[in-house]
Design a protein around this ligand. Structure first.
Ligand code: HEM
Length: 407
């Protein structure tokens, strides 16, 4: 441990060298304690909660709050944008605590309830087939760029009613706005500006021509939400609904490549794809840490006291590998009990799109596996050279080229 209490570089799970496999570092951190002081890649200090019991408790601890901090802006380089843009990236459910949180979540939550999501299954399966059918049979397929990205983008666009002709442009802006590392601050700001203008026009269009969809219903009947809050609601649905499902599919395929023994079982028992989705969420979740929370008072986390005012990140990826809860946590096991997996968080901020995400993952992986029954890396691709998405918010590959399927 460094003199200021920050974990040393060899125990930094967010260092570039740990990108390929942060799990041995998480294991060492869990062994050493429940919470550790770390430096995030953007240079801010935070406590990382790594054991399952402590993580689970932190996610429902009302003394840890979101709204006084609104770190989304800081972590992504959005903090310096003009006020109108800031309201779009901050005034949504993810940044607000109870009792006000429900006011922003309730108006958009109903379509994401299990019963309503289940009605989308056939449409989502058609979307998956459409993108797979467009791929050449005898060529290398990039699971991320050729399939998961366009598939996920179209699923959430259909759900939100984004016109087909607008999709490429909107998600190119979302990509830039949510991935500051390659883009740089100016590109991020102009992407946010373009998104703000687009969302305002889109809402206006839904008011003029209501279509009964989620955004149309919200726009024509906003209740007590302000225009800025409706804009922020559309923004957070676009930003959260698109990227994580891409990497649920990518990380699931990678897990099968690394554990080829599961492919025959999946062929003979297609219902196991549901377990594949759940085990991928445990074993290699696309969202490894929760959004930042701030301690409103001194908070004891096992042997550690987090002082009031400090930032806390809950490491969902580490909690999911805690040996105290999951036996043999580093083995990829479709038959284990997934009830305690924390990938969708817990408490009031539990992922609102969890049912849509698991359905998208299940349908996408089923479709891919019906064509690539035993996926393997494309010839000439070295597993250790696969490139991971930058930053700590997403865990997923930039590209995942797999071999053509046997005829
Ligand atoms: C595999 C895919 C996904 C994963 C792993 C995931 C995970 C998460 C996590 C960890 C949070 C933060 C909870 C917290 O602060 O404690 C969250 C929040 C949220 N997610 Fe997801 N998510 C996924 C897909 C989706 C999809 C498809 C949508 C659809 C719109 C969505 C909508 C949301 C929303 C709106 C929130 C904010 C909830 C609130 O603060 O009340 N997510 N998600």
């Amino acid at each position: 441990m460094a003199p200021d209490g920050i974990t040393t570089a060899d125990l930094d799970p967010f260092a570039d060298v740990a990108k390929r496999d942060p799990y041995p570092i998480y294991a060492r951190l869990r062994e050493a304690g429940a919470a550790h002081k770390i430096m995030t890649p953007r240079g801010s200090r935070a406590w990382l909660v790594v054991r399952h019991a402590a993580a689970s408790a932190a996610l429902t601890d009302e003394r840890l709050v979101r709204s006084i901090h609104q770190d989304n802006g800081t972590a992504l380089g959005w903090a310096t944008v003009p006020d109108a843009l800031r309201s779009m990236v901050t005034q949504h459910m993810m940044n607000i605590d109870p009792p006000y949180h429900a006011r922003l979540r309730r108006p958009v939550s109903r379509p994401f309830a299990p019963r309503n999501v289940a009605t989308l299954a056939a449409d989502i399966a058609r979307t998956a087939r459409r993108f797979l059918d467009a791929l050449a049979e005898d060529e290398v397929v990039d699971v991320i760029g050729d399939f998961a990205k366009p598939f996920s983008r179209n699923v959430i666009s259909d759900v939100l009613g984004i016109p087909i002709d607008d999709r490429d442009r909107v998600f190119a802006e979302i990509d830039t706005a949510t991935n500051p590392a390659p883009a740089g601050p100016e590109a991020v700001h102009s992407a946010l500006e373009a998104l703000h203008a687009y969302i305002r026009r889109f809402i206006g269009e839904k008011i003029r021509h209501p279509d009964g969809g989620i955004i149309s219903t919200l726009a024509t009947n906003p209740g007590d939400l302000t225009a800025a809050e409706v804009t922020a609601a559309v923004f957070i649905l676009l930003a959260t609904g698109y990227e994580a499902p891409i990497h649920l599919i990518g990380n699931g395929v990678l897990a099968l490549i690394d554990h080829p023994g599961h492919a025959p079982a999946l062929q003979h028992a297609p219902h196991l794809v549901d377990a594949l989705v759940r085990e991928t969420l445990r074993y290699d979740t696309p969202i490894p840490v929760s959004p930042t929370r701030i301690a409103t008072t001194d908070i004891r986390i096992e042997d550690t006291v987090v002082p009031a005012g400090d930032a806390v990140l809950v490491c969902l990826a580490s909690a999911n590998r805690d040996e105290r809860v999951f036996p043999h946590p580093d083995s990829f096991d479709l038959h284990r009990d997934h009830a305690k997996v924390l990938s969708f968080s817990r408490g009031v901020h539990t992922c609102m799109g969890s049912h849509l995400a698991t359905l998208t993952g299940r349908v996408g992986l089923s479709a891919l596996l019906s064509r690539h029954r035993a996926p393997s890396l494309a010839p000439g691709i070295d597993r250790s050279e696969l490139l991971w998405v930058d930053g700590i918010l997403i865990r997923g590959l930039r590209t995942l080229p797999i071999a053509p399927h046997p005829a």
